[in-house]
Structure formats: structure tokens, C-alpha cells
Write a protein that binds this ligand. Structure first.
Ligand code: PHE
Ligand code: ZN
Length: 877
């Protein structure tokens, strides 16, 4: 929707819906240019709403053809159309059957919200507010209805026609048309409605639930993609089993359909009984998908399936409660993936992701609480804060009350709230009531934006053998929240003796010692914890498993080195190595800024050698440990970021390590070569990751031939892409040849072609901006396809900080140009991509001025979408 004065929606303004809709009958007559939608809504006034509240139905871009109330046509004077497209019925009855017929044009829908076409097939996307682009309706999650959907279409164009729930009949219609009916027995909000129709084929399987329900499982794809659905289907069956075993939750319909579509704004959507997926999270073959893609599919399939209970059966009262379903469901998918593979490595990856995306968001102009207080465009709040930090907050509570009480609390949450639209308070109350632990202070995590900083000081008294650990928390202000109060922070910890052995601990006042990790609860600004009978000055290991989403600051380097080698907790071992490297690298950045030659810290080379020597035990962990902290992570720790200096330092360091550890790296690289057939299991994936980490160091040290050899002989996408991304950073023939060969081989595969675009957009080369501009004009580039737009524009602006922040400002100009062009096509995608320009406060004054200029240019564009307006205006505020 375009508007000049976008309205801010506030959480404090919540009012219950004026009317409820008990049942909905929808009849679709599908046609790409002119689809008609007949809707029959059984309406009644909500006893909980104001008695005189108007009957207002949301609508957007709908051409109303008919409107009847209880069978009688509504005269025009009883219909009032709002500027936003809504429809208000004057003198509404207390209850009645409202029937409307509207016409829409799916093939013209480039926003991919509502009903749209992709490759000639029909798909819907209704979350958050897309249903109003299909029919007039109170399009808000606290209106839950039972749906009956009849779809009619041309038999040849749409042999397959799907909607939510269970199938309920089909037959011939006029001419070459046919119809099918779907009935969903479960009441649901409109955002979970879905329709998919077209020339699709299915991969079929089945699953019997614990209580004996036989469920038909189907993945619907375009002809030719059938043989790439096996992993998605396996992941689905594993998810169904896991949710029964871990949460006691069973599937509740006779069919579970998944449809894959290549034009999709997000990853996937949990529509009841009919999930719609971005093809990226369904289709995979060993030749075309990387190990990362493989893991992404498993996670996203699980995530959407888990929504069936956390999101669908129990849904959100309003969109401010979004994390009620998203934070909880991410927590559940993280636990699932941890159980399917290595828990430690999964945790490391999740924390890496949180820091790369959520920490900067919390430190930028769009910082918002996990439960926001206001928004202009809800699409802008599908954020790392709502998802990933939301999952961390669920994890905090899980840590605080323990797994058994958490499970009891989840049972209670579902029993109490089944088939209702509820709030985050309802969730926390269930966990509190089931555990008997007062969780009221944890609500602060939902209400306060920003990342707390945690610092520790300690003192050992040899005379009394007492050891006192003092923890402090501090939270910097965020937009609209100048003052913060302390939050409850569970600090999982242990003490290591001078020889590196874990010490049993006993806190002052306790009777018995405790072995291993224990959790301290810091809930004041500062608190001291005294341990007794500590034999020698210990080294504290804090925040084991990353027990809270905070920044632990000021751990001295000697302790980091010690912990990186000795700690019993794999997360802290990894983390200490990363923090050590980060501290060295930030010092190198400072030296570089002073114009000094960068030094080299021998300890880093030593750490790489040690990691390689011990890698056999857990190659995936070793691969994580070998990776140097990312450029974004380093920038996020600087008052004023210097992306170019950071990039130079990281590159220099990689080359130095590659040279100094060349022999060990080469040896490991050779030893890790895949001999047997290609396999996708945790260990094989770990070995490939480790081998490619070695290759990256060797390439940084100048060995492009090895990368070229790997590219030429690679038998799987992981190895091929790892080599290609290294070659893309180099000069000369090998680079051009490899890129051309890759394009020639994969030009027919959109998902792989996306990778080809991304690799070039993220290359470390001085001419990248020109290359990106040229790729933008490439015949294979298509701004209307979200995956392709992300693969070039998003990859460049978020994945190539040194080039994006080029002092010329050309990177900023490119992004603004692309955002302005895209906003006309798909406002919600444009709003997503504009983000990096908002980080100007963390850049130098010169860069900041250039970034602001581009933001202003975006903001001055006529008819800007609400979403892009919100992002750009908040960034400039
Ligand atoms: N609800 C989806 C998920 O997280 C995400 C989504 C939001 C998809 C909005 C499309 C549109 O699982
Ligand atoms: Zn979700």
C-alpha cells in the first residue's frame, strides 16, 4: 500500500475485534488475469468488544462485484470504502451472513503477498496481512474461523488444486473446468489460509502418528523437481517423530502438504496443513546443494512443521506477540537440529548467526524489543530480534527452570490455550505455574531492547581459600528506551584449577560441593558470589553454552588462551579462541589505522596447529575453531567501524597463518580428501568443512592452483562452491574460466545460479561495484525474483562490507538505486534490503554522510511503500 502519512500502530492500543467470524466459505474461480473470490462470512458481534464498534473489513486492491447481507443486496449507501481499501458496513446487524464477490489479478501481483502466480501456477502468502488482498475480512490473528474452500479452474492449467485441511470432494465444472473442496476442521486466523493450484507433481509418503492416525505426506513441485525432494521428506518425518517424543505433540489432520515455489519473499510459511516453501528450502541433490543448504532444509522443514502447535493451534493475539510463535518455534527447531547432529556445533553456529545479525540490529536504528511497542509495517518486524533473540529468551527460561519443568510448562501452555489467540504473558504464566519459579523478571527480556554487557571481576584469598566472583551488567540505551533496568541473566559457569582441571564448587551457605557446570542467576546490576574451599586461584569459565544473549567483556587474553585449551565446555573453548583472535585483530586494525605495519601473534598460528592436530576427534568443531571472527563481528565491537581496515587485517592474517602453518594445512587437506562415495552425515559434512577451511588458508597464502584443482575435480556443490568463492577473489584466467564454466553448467538451475551471483557480489576485489552493476543488467538477473534479488543486492550490501563501504560511496548509491527500483515491484523486499544503509552511525563521518544522502534519496521517492518509508525514516531519525 502506498501512503503519504503512514500510521504507527501501538501495542497499547489493542482492542478486541468488533465482530467474530465463526465460519468462512470461500469459492475461488481461478484465472491469472481475473480471479473471482466469493466469500460467505458467518459474522456475529464480539461480546467482548464495544457494543457500537463498526463492522470494518480489511481489504486492499479488491474490486467489489457484489455484497449481500443475509441474502439481500447491500445498497451502496451502506458500503463505505476506506482510503486504505477497507470496507465498512453501515448499520451492521448483531449477527448475519455477509457475502461478497471480488475480482483480483494474480498475475499482476508482484508483491507476492495475497494470491499470485509464479511460473504459471497459483500460490498464496497471507502472513502477516496478505489475506485482505484476497477478500474483505477482519484480517487480524485474533479472529479465528473454520474454513471451507472450493476452487474451480481450468483442468489443463490447474490439474492440482490445494488448500488447508482435508480434501472433501471434487468434480467436473462448466467447460474445461473442474472443482475441488477442502475443509479445515480447526479454527484458524486468516494469515494461515493457503491455496496452491497448477500443474504440479507430488512426492508422496506417509506417517503414522503415535496414536495411530495415518497421515498422507506430499511435497508438490514443478515437473522435473521430483527427484530433489527426498531430503525434505526425510526431514519432515524426523520432525514429526521428534515432536511426539520430545513435546508429546502429534499431527492433527489426515494430510500434510508442502508446496515449493521459486518466487517467495521469505523462507517458508506454516499455513495449516499446506505449508508453502521457497524452493531453496525443499529442493536438494548432492550435485546442486551445499552441506549448508542441506542443513537449512532440515531446519526450515522442522520449523514450519513445529508451528502446527506453536503458532497454529495456539496462535498470536496480535502481531506484537509475533515472538510468541517465532521465538518459541526457533527454539524448538534449534533443539531438534541439536538432537539430529552435534549439539555443540549447532550452538556455535546459532550464536555466530545471532551475533552477525541480531547484535547489530540491537545496536542500530531499528533496535526493538523482542515484543515491539509499535510498528508502521509489520513486515519489517520479522527480524533476528523477534526470531533469534526471541529463541534465546525461551532458552533463558528453559535454563532457569530446567528441562523437566519446561516440558510441564509447555504441556500446560497448550492445554490452556489450544484454539486460542494469546499473548506472551500467557506463555510465561504457563511456564511459571508449571515450574513454581517466579518468572516475572524475565518479562523484561521481552520488553527491553538492546544487548546487555556483562563483566566479571574476581578475587582469591589464599588464607581463607575463598574465591569471590563479582558480575556486573550494563545496558546501553536504544532508540526510545533511554534508561534500562537490570535483567535476570543465568550465567552457566565452572571453575578451572591452574592445571586446567574442572574444580567442584561450593557456594557460601551451601552444604555440599557440586561437580561440573552450575548456573548463577545475576538479577541485579552487580552481584558477588563467593565460593569456599577453593584450593588455588581458579580461572572462571563463564556463560557456558552461551547461557544468555549478552556481550561478555574484558576477559583477559591469558585467560582466553587458557580457556580455549582447557575448558570442559566446547562452546567456551570455541568462544575463547574467537575472542582471543578478535582482540588481536582489533589491535591490528588500530595499528593499521595509525599507518603501522601489522604484527603477527604467534599464538594464533599455534592455535591453528593445535586445532589441526586434534581435529580428527571432531572435524566439524575444528572447522568452526579454524574460522577467524567475521568482519561484521569485528565491526560490531568498534565504536566507529572501519570496514576496509578490518578486511585488510583479516586478509593479511589469513595469509600469514596460511604461510606459517602451510605444511600442517596441506597435510590435513590431503588427509581429509573424500575417498569413498559422497555422503551427507554429520561427520562427512564436518570433514568437508574442515578441508575447505584449510583450503581457504592455503589460497589466502597464494595457492590458487589448489583451489583450481578442487574446482575442476569437485564431485559435490560444497567443494565446488568453496573453491569457486576462493577463485573469485583472485585475478586472471582461472577466475574467469571457473565462473564461466559454473554458469554454463548451472544456468538452468535457479538455486545454483543464485550462488553464482552471490559469489561475485561478495568477492574481495577492487572492481566489485562495477561487476555488481554489470550483473544487475545480466540477462539472468531478475529483480522480481526475491531469491535472485537477495543473491546479488543482499549479498553485496550485507556480505561484502569492505566493498559496500568503499569510500567513493558507489556501493551506497547502488543499493539505493536498487531499493528504489524494487520498491515499485515488491515493497516488503525493498524494505528488507535497505537495512545496511541504516548502520551509518557506526561508520566514519564521511561514510555516514554518504549513507545518509542515499537514505534521503530513498525517502524522497514518491509513493514509497510503508515498509521502506519506516526503515529509511527511522534510520535518519
Ligand atoms: N511465518 C514464517 C515462518 O517463520 C515466516 C513468514 C513470514 C513467511 C511472513 C512469509 C511471510 O515460519
Ligand atoms: Zn516461523
Amino acid at each position: 500500500m502506498k501512503t503519504d502519512t503512514p500510521v504507527t500502530i501501538r501495542r497499547s492500543d489493542y482492542a478486541p475485534p468488533a465482530f467474530l467470524v465463526d465460519t468462512v466459505e470461500l469459492d475461488f474461480s481461478l484465472d491469472p488475469a481475473a480471479t473471482t473470490v466469493r466469500a460467505r462470512l458467518a459474522l456475529r458481534r464480539n461480546p467482548e468488544a464495544a457494543p457500537d464498534a463498526p463492522l470494518r473489513l480489511d481489504g486492499e486492491g479488491l474490486a467489489l462485484l457484489e455484497a449481500r447481507l443475509d441474502g439481500a443486496a447491500l445498497p451502496p449507501e451502506r458500503l463505505e470504502f476506506g482510503a486504505d481499501g477497507s470496507l465498512t458496513i453501515q448499520d451492521p446487524p448483531e449477527a448475519g451472513l455477509l457475502e461478497t464477490v471480488v475480482r483480483i489479478a494474480p498475475e499482476k501481483n508482484t508483491a507476492l503477498s495475497g494470491l499470485y502466480t509464479s511460473g504459471g501456477n497459483f500460490y498464496t502468502q497471507c502472513e502477516a496481512e496478505g489475506f485482505r488482498r484476497i477478500t474483505f475480512f477482519p484480517d487480524r490473528p485474533d479472529v479465528m474461523s473454520r474454513y471451507t474452500v472450493t476452487i474451480t479452474a481450468d483442468r489443463a492449467l490447474c490439474p492440482v488444486m490445494l488448500s488447508n485441511g482435508n480434501p472433501d470432494g471434487s468434480g467436473a465444472a462448466e467447460g474445461d473446468r473442474h472443482w475441488v473442496r477442502w475443509v479445515d476442521p480447526h479454527p484458524k486466523p486468516s494469515y494461515l489460509f493457503a491455496l496452491v493450484a497448477g500443474d504440479l507433481v507430488n512426492v508422496h509418503d506417509q506417517f503414522t502418528t503415535r496414536s495411530g492416525r495415518l497421515v498422507s505426506l506430499n511435497i508438490w513441485v514443478r515437473r522435473g523437481d521430483e527427484d530433489r525432494c527426498g531430503h525434505a521428506m526425510d526431514s519432515l518425518k524426523r520432525s514429526m517423530t521428534w515432536d511426539e517424543e520430545v513435546f508429546g505433540l502429534e499431527y492433527d489432520l489426515d494430510v500434510f502438504n508442502i508446496a515449493a515455489v521459486s518466487d517467495f519473499n521469505m523462507g517458508a510459511m506454516e499455513n495449516k496443513g499446506l505449508n508453502v516453501f521457497n524452493t531453496k528450502y525443499v529442493l536438494a541433490s548432492p550435485e546442486s546443494a551445499t552441506d549448508g543448504d542441506w542443513q537449512g532444509i532440515e531446519t526450515v522443514i522442522a520449523h514450519e512443521y513445529f508451528h502446527n502447535w506453536t503458532g497454529n493451534r495456539v496462535t498470536c493475539r496480535d502481531w506484537f506477540q509475533l515472538s510468541l510463535k517465532e521465538g518459541l518455534t526457533v527454539f524448538r527447531d534449534q533443539e531438534f537440529s541439536a538432537d539430529m547432529g552435534s549439539r555443540a556445533v549447532k550452538r556455535i553456529r546459532d550464536v555466530r548467526g545471532l551475533r552477525a545479525a541480531q547484535f547489530p540490529e540491537d545496536a542500530g536504528p531499528m533496535a526493538h524489543p523482542v515484543r515491539p511497542d509499535s510498528y508502521i509495517e509489520i513486515d519489517n518486524f520479522y527480524t533476528p530480534t523477534v526470531y533469534q533473540k526471541g529463541a534465546e529468551v525461551v532458552r533463558l527460561i528453559h535454563t532457569r527452570i530446567g528441562p523437566a519443568a519446561f516440558r510441564k510448562g509447555m504441556d500446560l501452555y497448550i492445554a490452556r490455550n489450544d484454539n486460542q489467540a494469546v499473548t506472551i504473558e500467557d506463555f510465561v504464566a504457563a511456564l511459571q505455574d508449571a515450574s513454581g519459579v517466579d518468572l516475572s523478571a524475565f518479562m523484561g527480556w521481552y520488553d527491553q531492547a538492546g544487548t546487555p554487557e556483562l563483566a566479571a571481576a574476581d578475587r582469591y584469598d589464599p588464607a581463607t581459600r575463598r574465591y569471590t566472583l563479582t558480575l556486573r551488567q550494563r545496558m546501553p540505551p536504544t532508540p526510545g528506551q533511554p534508561r534500562k533496568h537490570p535483567l535476570p541473566i543465568p550465567v552457566a559457569m565452572g571453575l578451572l584449577g591452574p592445571d586446567g582441571a574442572e574444580l567442584p564448587t561450593r557456594l557460601e551457605g551451601e552444604n555440599a560441593v557440586q561437580a561440573g557446570t552450575r548456573t548463577l542467576l545475576l538479577d541485579q546490576a552487580e552481584q558477588s558470589f563467593t565460593f569456599e574451599e577453593v584450593p588455588a586461584p581458579p580461572v572462571p569459565s563463564l556463560l557456558r553454552g552461551f547461557s544468555a544473549p549478552v556481550r561478555l567483556k574484558g576477559v583477559p587474553r591469558d585467560r582466553l588462551r587458557f580457556l580455549a585449551v582447557h575448558d570442559t565446555d566446547p562452546f567456551v573453548r570455541w568462544e575463547s579462541g574467537q575472542q582471543y583472535a578478535a582482540s588481536v585483530m582489533l589491535e591490528m586494525v588500530a595499528a593499521q589505522q595509525r599507518g603501522e605495519a601489522p604484527g603477527f601473534d604467534e599464538a594464533l598460528a599455534e592455535a591453528v596447529s593445535n586445532t589441526l592436530a586434534a581435529a580428527e576427534a571432531d572435524p566439524a568443531f575444528a572447522a568452526e575453531a579454524l574460522l577467524l571472527p567475521g568482519e561484521g563481528f569485528l565491526a560490531d565491537q568498534m565504536e566507529v567501524a572501519d570496514p576496509v581496515a578490518i578486511h585488510r587485517v583479516r586478509r593479511h592474517l589469513r595469509a600469514e597463518i596460511g604461510r606459517r602453518c602451510g605444511a600442517a594445512l596441506r597435510q590435513a587437506y590431503g588427509a581429509l580428501a573424500d575417498t569413498g562415495p559422497y555422503r551427507i552425515d554429520g561427520r562427512s559434512i564436518g570433514r568437508r568443512a574442515l578441508r575447505n577451511a584449510c583450503l581457504a588458508y592455503l589460497a589466502a597464502a597464494g595457492d590458487a592452483a589448489l583451489a583450481k584443482a578442487q574446482f575442476d575435480s569437485a564431485g559435490n556443490m560444497t567443494d565446488s562452491l568453496a573453491a569457486l568463492s576462493l577463485l573469485a577473489d583472485t585475478d586472471g584466467e582461472a577466475r574467469e574460466g571457473a565462473l564461466a564454466a559454473f554458469h554454463a553448467r548451472w544456468r538452468g538451475d535457479d538455486l545454483v545460479l543464485d550462488k553464482w551471483f552471490s559469489i561475485q557480489a561478495m568477492a574481495a576485489r577492487p572492481d566489485v561495484i562495477q561487476a555488481v552493476r554489470a550483473l544487475y543488467a545480466h540477462p539472468d538477473f531478475d529483480l522480481r525474483n526475491p531469491n535472485r534479488a537477495r543473491s546479488l543486492i543482499g549479498a553485496f550490501a550485507s556480505g561484502n562490507p569492505a566493498q559496500f563501504h568503499d569510500a567513493s560511496g558507489e556501493g551506497y548509491r547502488f543499493l539505493a538505486d536498487a531499493v528504489i527500483a524494487l520498491d515499485l515491484i515488491n515493497g516488503s523486499m525493498a524494505a528488507r534490503l535497505v537495512g545496511p544503509l541504516g548502520q551509518w552511525r557506526r561508520q566514519s563521518a564521511e561514510r555516514g554522510a554518504l549513507m545518509r544522502r542515499e537514505l534521503q534519496r530513498v525517502l524522497d521517492t514518491p509513493n514509497l511503500s510503508k515498509g521502506t518509508f519506516e526503515k529509511a525514516s527511522k534510520a535518519l531519525a
